[in-house]
Design a protein around this ligand. Structure first.
Ligand SMILES: [Zn+2]
Length: 342
């Protein structure tokens, strides 16, 4: 197979990350400390929609439902996940991505996360844009969980990335720079305390106006009509993400690139709304089933109605836990064990 970026070389690179590791490792490592091998990234499908989602300790039956098969020992052993893939890009193109990714990590990422700087001038705006274009395009080109941009957008984006990355060190042409800044884009930064980083999401909702990518503490809003400032009322307000959005954060033909910082309390509102709307109902059914399944496995008999109600009662005692934690596999698994022991 030919490399998806240059379309010339054989796609000989293995272990390519669809999303840059330094970007998403925040979400992953927090839980990883407790047991990396139990963590998987997966897409959940629901009424034809396909999505990206990070889960912790995904139940085996969920994996079968998602992947259509159980994970092989090797997948579990290698901590393999769906965002690391082989043979879709060539080694040269992987180096091109790497150049932009490391430059972004070195020059920009720390300024945002550590120094709370959200305003950048040229040429940093080009670096920021190329970096996020790479994330969007790679997810699209790989067609992860069948999500992708329309070809009429994916292809020009590929050309921008290929030329932009190739010429980044020697300086990109004014003509290309014009193309790069003609795409309206919002980069939201979710101001997240360290101890809460694992509650962020890696997720691509089924939205198009604009396209959205939740990448841990960053949320990209990507518009497809080039050169035109989208009107505020036409922009979807996905789970309250765009409450109080103002035009200054829609970067288009900019001199200064502005990131939009979302406070921790607003971040929690968005994540809680997401949890409730997107996974709450699906999971409740699964949680009930997994209780019965685990009980049966351990005791060789079905739980009594009383035990079932005890479990549901314990489960709904979530006090002030954030929603994703209430639903976390860790919490559910502990509850199940507790009831089985009684
Ligand atoms: Zn290539």
């Amino acid at each position: 197979m030919k490399c998806l970026l240059c379309k010339e070389n054989e796609a000989d690179e293995t272990g390519s990350h669809i999303l840059t590791h330094s970007l998403i490792s925040n979400c992953i490592n927090e839980q990883g400390k407790k047991g990396r091998n139990k963590e998987m990234m997966f897409g959940i499908s629901q009424s034809g929609e396909r999505k990206l989602f990070v889960g912790n300790q995904v139940l085996p039956d969920k994996i079968v439902e998602i992947k259509g098969r159980e994970l092989s020992d090797q997948e579990v052993e290698n901590n393999d996940n769906d965002l690391v893939v082989d043979n879709i890009y060539c080694k040269d193109c992987e180096r091109l991505f790497g150049r932009i990714e490391s430059e972004f990590s070195r020059k920009i990422l720390g300024k945002i996360r550590r120094d709370k700087i959200y305003d950048f001038t040229n040429p940093d705006n080009i670096l920021i844009r190329l970096y996020f274009y790479i994330q969007v395009w790679r997810a699209s080109s790989f067609k992860y969980t069948e999500w992708s941009l329309p070809n009429c957008i994916e292809e020009p984006l590929r050309e921008i990335i290929l030329e932009g990355c190739t010429n980044y060190d020697i300086g990109i042409s004014a003509e290309l720079e014009d193309k790069i800044i003609k795409i309206p884009i919002i980069i939201n930064y979710l101001d997240t305390p360290d101890e809460k980083s694992s509650s962020n999401l890696i997720f691509i909702p089924n939205e198009t106006l604009p396209y959205l990518l939740f990448l841990c503490d960053f949320v990209v809003e990507f518009f497809t009509v080039q050169g035109v400032m989208p009107s505020l009322h036409s922009i979807s307000n996905y789970n309250g993400l765009n409450d109080n959005l103002s035009e200054q954060f829609i970067n288009l033909n900019e001199n200064r690139f502005k990131l939009r910082c979302i406070s921790d309390s607003n971040r929690e509102k968005i994540i809680n709304s997401f949890s409730l709307n997107e996974i709450g109902l699906i999971d409740l059914d699964r949680i009930k089933k997994s209780f019965v399944f685990e009980y049966l496995k351990s005791k060789k008999t079905f739980p009594t109605l009383n035990q079932f109600l005890r479990f549901m009662f314990e489960f709904s005692k979530w006090d002030k836990l954030p929603l994703l934690e209430q639903m976390s596999e860790q919490r559910i698994s502990n509850l199940i064990k507790k009831i089985i022991k009684e």
